[in-house]
Design a protein around this ligand. Structure first.
Ligand SMILES: CC(C)(COP(=O)(O)OP(=O)(O)OC[C@H]1O[C@@H](n2cnc3c(N)ncnc32)[C@H](O)[C@@H]1OP(=O)(O)O)[C@@H](O)C(=O)NCCC(=O)NCCS
Length: 160
């Protein structure tokens, strides 16, 4: 995949309470479920351009397994590496929080994720608590593909 540097114009940051409406609007505009996390810890990140939220992604944590969800980039700024940068942010944050494997469901972006190293997962092998999450219950197996990726945490090398 071609390297890109969206950081020149787009900033990625942890979402704040004030972002909630913008995140909800972005998800709704892209017909993504705004389902609750069912009690599991959930964190959102946003991509911001000129003070506007133009992308979002979330991570639901189930012990050492994570559910990557709610990835969405405003249609006007797609194809610039923002989606990829959001996924990389979640992978880094998840790994540093002790999550060893990410799982996701998608009806629209299978190829996007397989390009980023995600492989097909048999839902039956997904940890019970994650499989019982509202998102898994909402999206029917017939239409959504389940993908997963094992994370490798890289420790920073000490400086010489
Ligand atoms: C999927 C999505 C987040 C990608 O965002 P983006 O900012 O356009 O992604 P990037 O620019 O980082 O794309 C990286 C690569 O994936 C490709 N790609 C992007 N969206 C894709 C999709 N839906 N299917 C297949 N490939 C896709 C791009 O062409 C690009 O390939 P390239 O580097 O070879 O040119 C965006 O298309 C979107 O919001 N879609 C609607 C919501 C959605 O489907 N979310 C996923 C739910 S799990």
């Amino acid at each position: 995949m071609k390297p890109r540097d969206p950081a020149r114009t787009v900033s990625l940051r942890a979402a704040q309470t004030a972002d909630r409406i913008a995140i909800g609007e972005l998800l709704a505009a892209n017909r993504l479920p705004v389902a609750e996390a069912g009690g599991a810890p959930i964190r959102f990140w946003v991509a911001e351009l000129a003070g506007q939220v133009i992308g979002t992604i979330a991570l639901e944590s189930y012990a050492d397994q994570g559910l990557l969800r709610s990835l969405c980039v405003d249609a006007r700024v797609r194809g610039q590496g923002i989606g990829q940068a959001l996924v990389e942010t979640v992978e880094t944050e998840a790994a540093s929080a002790g999550i060893v494997r990410l799982v996701l469901l998608t009806e629209t972006a299978e190829r996007f994720f397989t390009d980023l190293g995600y492989d097909a997962v048999d839902r039956a092998t997904v940890a019970g608590a994650l499989r019982a999450s509202p998102l898994f219950a909402t999206l029917c197996p017939a239409s959504a593909v389940c993908l997963g990726k094992t994370l490798h945490f890289h420790h920073a090398e000490p400086s010489p």
